[in-house]
Design a protein around this ligand. Structure first.
Ligand SMILES: Nc1ncnc2c1ncn2[C@@H]1O[C@H](COP(=O)(O)OP(=O)(O)OP(=O)(O)O)[C@@H](O)[C@H]1O
Ligand SMILES: [Mg+2]
Length: 154
């Protein structure tokens, strides 16, 4: 069962991202679904800034570079944007298997095909008015999701 919530504005999306950054560990995959402009990059940017403890961290959309890698004292994170890809072809050559040992954040994860990690956290964002986003979280064990969302309400 997905856990669903309304993120009323960008600050709410950023708050979810901060909680998520604290929960991540090596081997985790976070798949960000949703249409153009849904807020996938905004969520990833806030997550990466929180993980790096650097609110000024430059986080460009990786739609042209495909992937941007970030090092923090405790984690290495790879931010993918697969919008321009038609499928998973070439990802293995680009180091996908090695990246999976770190943390991967993936926009347009439908392109992953057979490489889509079964145990990933999927966050589906749907615009719902100008600044509100509907978010559906699925894929993590109930206890792990609950811990993330419980932290949201504190
Ligand atoms: N609640 C919200 N959550 C996230 N972004 C929001 C929210 N409200 C407004 N926005 C705005 O919506 C835009 C989202 O753009 P963003 O680049 O993150 O989308 P995207 O899903 O990555 O799109 P693309 O598929 O083109 O990569 C930003 O300008 C952001 O400020
Ligand atoms: Mg984006």
């Amino acid at each position: 069962m997905p856990r669903e919530m309304i993120l009323a504005d960008l600050a709410a999306t950023e708050a979810l991202a901060v909680r998520l950054a604290r929960a991540l560990r090596p081997g985790d995959a976070v798949l960000l679904e949703g249409p153009l402009g849904a807020g996938k990059t905004a969520l990833a940017r806030a997550l990466l800034r929180a993980a790096a403890a650097n609110p000024a961290l430059e986080v460009p959309s990786p739609s042209y570079t495909l992937v941007q890698t970030y090092e923090t004292p405790t984690l290495r994170l790879h931010h993918y944007d697969l919008w321009r890809r038609s499928g998973p072809e070439g990802l293995t050559e680009l180091g996908w298997d090695e990246a999976r040992e770190d943390v991967v954040l993936v926009e347009w994860p439908d392109r992953l095909g057979h490489l889509r990690p079964a145990e990933a956290l999927t966050i589906a964002l749907t615009p719902s008015g100008e600044t509100a986003r509907h978010a559906a979280l699925a894929g993590w064990p109930a206890a792990r999701l609950a811990a993330l969302l419980l932290a949201m309400s504190s």
